[in-house]
Design a protein around this ligand. Sequence first.
Ligand code: CU
Ligand code: ZN
Length: 182
Amino acid sequence: MKTMYKVTIIVLVLFTSFKVLNAQDKMPKPPVGQTQKAICILYPTQGNNASGTITFTKTENGIKVVAELQGLSKGKHGFHIHEFGDCSSPDGTSAGGHFNPEGKQHGAPMDMMRHEGDMGNIEADDTGKAHLEYIDKMLSFDGVHSILGRSVILHKSEDDLKTQPTGNAGARIACGVIGVAK
Ligand code: CU
Ligand code: ZN
């Protein structure tokens, strides 16, 4: 009788621990591979001096873009995400055109009709430094709209926000690839 009692206890303990382990397996886990933050280090193209860092951080309202650049000429410079994460050509043309997964027209960052990559302009002061900070509602880290693995191009001239399909922003003076950040 005593043995029966012991066996029952052991079976119960085993059964309970199995159930606990099973329940742990079924508990929701944080999503794997969901990027919260991305970074792009801009390097000057051949014959240029502009460089800097841009971070992209997921927020409730969109992707927060923060850019800190230096080595620019004073004034506004077109600033876009381009289709390919390829800065290998000396003039930056290997990065392709503006990132445009929806086949839309070029526009301003606050327009509904714009390329996904249209971040408008960044303005440098007379020391050649430029700071930009805004929330972009169109940029994404997901699926066909993901900016990860694409590039940021900084242009010599101002983006007029209307000329198709480039904004007439001129030569590409810096290029960097967007990657996953810590
Ligand atoms: Cu561009
Ligand atoms: Zn564009």
